[in-house]
Design a protein around this ligand. Structure first.
Ligand SMILES: [Zn+2]
Length: 109
């Protein structure tokens, strides 16, 4: 059945637990030492999990230890790298007009 406009695979955000096209989520995997590695190109091997590039989702996932559970880790995940990645991809929702929130469409200038 056709549900969405695209044929994109759906993944669940470990933060808000909503399903979204994989392309809208950040994939991450667990590296050594329980360290979470953001995988923007979705190429890293191993069990991956997905998260919206949204600090709110990150906070939710961290609070309920969803990272470790999603990746079947035996300890508390080190979320430092992932947190940093999210900070770099999320544009602050400022009120200034001179910065586009998302560089999705290229404004002709
Ligand atoms: Zn989310």
């Amino acid at each position: 059945m056709m549900v969405g406009p695209t044929h994109a695979p759906m993944r669940m955000c470990v933060g808000c637990r909503l399903r979204a096209p994989a392309s809208e989520l950040i994939r991450f995997v667990a590296g050594g030492d329980l360290r979470l590695l953001p995988d923007p190109s979705r190429r890293l091997p191993g069990r991956g999990a997905h998260l919206h590039p949204d600090p709110a989702c990150f906070a939710l996932a961290e609070r309920r230890r969803a990272f470790g559970r999603a990746l079947r880790l035996s300890g508390v995940a080190d979320t430092g790298l992932l947190a940093e990645h999210i900070r770099t991809v999320v544009k602050p929702r400022g009120t200034t007009d001179d910065e586009a929130p998302m560089p999705r469409h290229d404004p002709a200038r």
